[in-house]
Write a protein that binds this ligand. Structure first.
Ligand code: NDP
Length: 366
């Protein structure tokens, strides 16, 4: 990695950033306001009939569902912040065990091109997360007018560097670069974002295993697992079919033997399809689009959306809401993720997890 040595090495990034890109750049994932962290086991016992988070939006109730919503919020809150903390502690313990056993520490590298403030913020936040669990983080920062060849050279150096187990390219790249060329240059063994076509292809195929699963959808499934939600044989609706969230989330649910419907912008009857689902994962980017009337009684709702909406009362002038109208859905679902504090913290935790998986695999450490 000789050519990288002259650059400032500090931090890295992940797929969390894509959400923020969609969310009009206004969001700082690492500083999302969430509730107090609690022990996960205790939490599971205590969150039934829990309060709604303060940051969700008010959704005007449609007359259709007013009667169904006569009761207070009854859904269990799926607390991504708490679960993510628990996962980070598990990762830190594993990293320590590996270091003490074989002297190897996982390393994650980021390539950051240009001087966008939001990108710099994400990189900084993720660097902190790395440091907290004991992952070495490396960063190469290149000026906006760098050539694609220069970026590819740094990726090649990181591909060859045995101390780097994961590589992330901070998106968006400047418009003169071909994003696909750059992402495809990351070797599949270090593709901790899981976006390489080979990893996605393996995810889609029966009896094949991807080396890495994309972080946000992996975080959604992990939340379902940790909250004991049965997936096998259930009906699931995934709203959104993007390469980074919706599509891999649907593939993951299918791999777990759910029967999956995928809803997108051309779907004719999204409410009806969603209403049949026992599990709903929404990754659309439209604030409060999924109303209470879309939700089946007792279903589990995972809201990936992170959308800024104007809020004059908030010092920032905006607040974050999900795709799902929390106020309505939480009265009908049996469990639901809040926004913020649901899927968001899981994405970074899964990135750390993928980096650890990579380091273990290459060193054959069980
Ligand atoms: P994309 O814009 O890439 O994809 C949005 C998807 O939603 C598309 O498949 C689109 O359909 C579909 N869609 C758009 N409008 C509608 C509609 N009215 N009805 C049904 N489907 C619709 O977004 P991303 O997948 O990148 O992100 C989705 C959301 O998730 C965003 O709010 C983002 O901020 C958030 N996010 C959160 C993360 C986290 O860590 N919590 C990480 C990543 C994203 P079509 O394909 O037909 O265009």
């Amino acid at each position: 990695m000789a050519s990288a040595a002259s650059s400032a090495f500090t931090a890295f990034t992940s797929s969390t950033d894509y959400c923020s890109r969609r969310a009009k750049r206004a969001i700082q994932i690492g500083t999302l306001q969430v509730r107090t962290v609690r022990n996960h086991t205790t939490f599971l016992k205590t969150t039934i009939n829990a309060h709604a988070p303060t940051t969700t939006s008010s959704c005007p109730s449609s007359s259709v569902i007013k009667s169904a919503m006569a009761t207070e919020s009854s859904a269990k809150i799926i607390d991504g912040k708490s679960v993510a903390k628990e996962i980070r502690e598990e990762i830190a313990a594993e990293i320590l065990r590996m270091k003490e056993s074989i002297g190897i520490v996982p390393g994650l590298a980021v390539v950051l091109v240009g001087d966008r403030k939001d990108s710099a913020t994400y990189v900084r936040n993720k660097k902190k997360s790395c440091e907290a669990v004991g992952i070495n983080s490396y960063e190469v920062r290149l000026p906006e007018d760098s050539s694609e060849q220069e970026v590819l050279k740094y990726i090649s150096d990181f591909n060859d560097d045995p101390s780097v187990h994961g590589i992330l390219v901070q998106l968006p790249l400047p418009s003169h670069m071909n994003e696909q060329n750059v992402l495809n240059a990351v070797c599949i063994e270090k593709d901790v974002d899981g976006f390489h076509p080979l990893n996605i292809g393996r995810l889609a195929m029966r009896d094949r295993e991807p080396l890495f699963v994309p972080c946000t959808p992996k975080g959604c499934i992990e939340l379902l697992h940790r909250y004991g939600v049965d997936i096998k044989g259930k009906r699931a609706a995934v709203i959104g079919r993007s390469n980074i969230v919706g599509m891999p989330a649907a593939l993951l649910l299918q791999r777990e033997d759910a029967t999956v419907s995928i809803i997108h912008s051309r779907t004719k009857n999204p409410e009806e399809i969603t209403r049949e689902a026992d599990i709903v994962i929404s990754a659309v980017g439209q604030p409060n689009m999924v109303r209470g009337s879309w939700i089946k009684h007792g279903s589990v709702v995972i809201d990936v959306g992170i959308n800024p909406v104007e809020d004059a009362k908030n010092p920032r002038g905006y607040r974050l809401v999900g795709d799902v109208c929390y106020e309505e859905a939480s009265k009908i679902a049996s469990a639901i993720t809040p926004v913020p504090g649901g899927v968001g913290p899981m994405t970074i935790a899964m990135l750390l997890s993928n980096t650890l998986i990579s380091a273990k695999r290459v060193n054959n450490f069980k």
